[in-house]
Design a protein around this ligand. Sequence first.
Ligand code: SAT
Ligand code: MN
Length: 594
Amino acid sequence: MASTLEALDHWVTEVAAMTRPARIHWCDGTDGEYRALVQQMLESGTLIELNQQTHPGCYLHRSHPSDVARVEHLTFVCHPDEQDAGPNNHWMDPAAAHAKIDALYDGCMEGRTMYVVPYCMGPIDSPLARCGVEITDSPYVVVNMRIMTRMGAAAQARIEREGHFVKGLHSVGELDPERRFIMHFPAELTIKSYGSGYGGNALLGKKCHALRIASHQARNEGWLAEHMLIVGIENPRGETHYIAAAFPSACGKTNLAMLIPPEGYRRDGWKVWTVGDDICWMRPGADGRLYAINPEAGFFGVAPGTSDETNPNALQSVARDAIFTNVALTADSQPWWEGLPGTPAIDWQGRPFDPAHGPAAHPNSRFTVAANRCPTWSAQAEAPQGVPISAIVFGGRRPSLLPLVMEARDWTHGVLMGAAMGSETTAAATGAVGVLRRDSMAMKPFCGYHYGDYFRHWLSFDQPDAVLPKIFHVNWFRKDKDGTFLWPGYGDNLRVLEWMIQRVEGRIEGVQTPIGILPAAGELRVDGLNLDGRKLDVLLDVDHVAWRSELAAIGDYLASFGSRLPEALRIEQQRVARALDNVIEEPRREAMAR
Ligand code: SAT
Ligand code: MN
């Protein structure tokens, strides 16, 4: 098979001339092709068969030990003008970047198969979906792309109809961290990745296309490409509100997207529907509301911590036909990670387990599985027009200060909340873990252009005819003085989502504070929860003095975007800062009046 689209054929020929593969395989996305690739990888040792009695169709892949996470320091956004990349990206001149990486590609596929992988991000018949083609020399990437995207003949047919596509070239190269680059050319709708086989660096449909390239396209075309889960919350009356929520990698997006309602809620008839766990593309519909699709077709979830207590839906999803990467094994070849019952026998590197070597599963070990395997997969997840979004949620790991939940008073304030987001770093990227960093809209590693322009794009959705979602900020990760989490999280997060929905429906008032609207006493449903009142007070406390410092820090952060920072955001930061100042001054004014 080749393509009827000249541009595609031409590009494949060009890449083959540079990389010189022994053969070219055009992927059709069929079951037979998937099975043949799995068989081939079992024979080469790239995949290891797991216990087929307990885990039918499941396999393990062990990556190179130095290739286990995204590499932000080796990820570049190559706009012709450096200013367009912004301080939030590493930049390289496009011509220099092409030259650097093309030198690595020279002959890199000799003796190997080059796979041409057409894929569609989003339901194949959705006007919001976008297509791409990834060329790769990794069969592991091909089978993961088959799970994570609509991959194969149908995508190729759409590409040939539309005449355009995002070009992604990937080679595992030598898996040498010194010869590793993930490069993006937004103006050319092109991605070039070399030297890594890890998910976010190698499955180019995911972060590279659906976030970095798509965020750039979205800005030009009037939509949003975001690092957000999408979840539907059905109340006992049978009405469903869809919520899009942005959290940094490894902060519980998959768990929130698959949440199991607490017992009392289940009894009352609450249901939760999963639409997506990582990426959300949304655009205004004819009625002014934002409509969202999940561009992905699968989950690439963090394994450690996933258990029957934290996320039984995820555990059920991966019971069959899943690919595990860098997890440990039990003595009878079942996948194992920290948080599961049982004991590991073999660690993620294939050594007999020894606690002295660290955790048995790599902290960023993952599962890949088709989204429709999830018991709570939404019937609307494939809807071509997407689902209407009632609320947008921002959140991160903040051990102190940030309350359990707060609501923005309007869109501009909400954009400020998103821009000001901070979180402790996790194992999803190489580097120090547990360091607080600003991560606006959880897009720090993924926004394909200048953050100042991105904030301006967000603000531009506030149009007279728009029916915008309410914006909230949450913090599931607040800690007590002794370092324990104050909020139980997981299923109980539905209590917070219910409060949001009540606000969206105008059923409750909340309390106005300088930092936003918080739940009034009694509004947050805590029945059945063993949470003492003091903890709830701490979770909903607004420490005005500490918040004044936070606002000053937010001001400094915003100023780092220079003249591209929208004036409206600076003014909004000042408004909140002034509101905080006034709280402190109030008693003084009263005293003066007396
Ligand atoms: O970057 S990945 O897509 O591999 C996972 C993540 O960090 O969210
Ligand atoms: Mn992610």
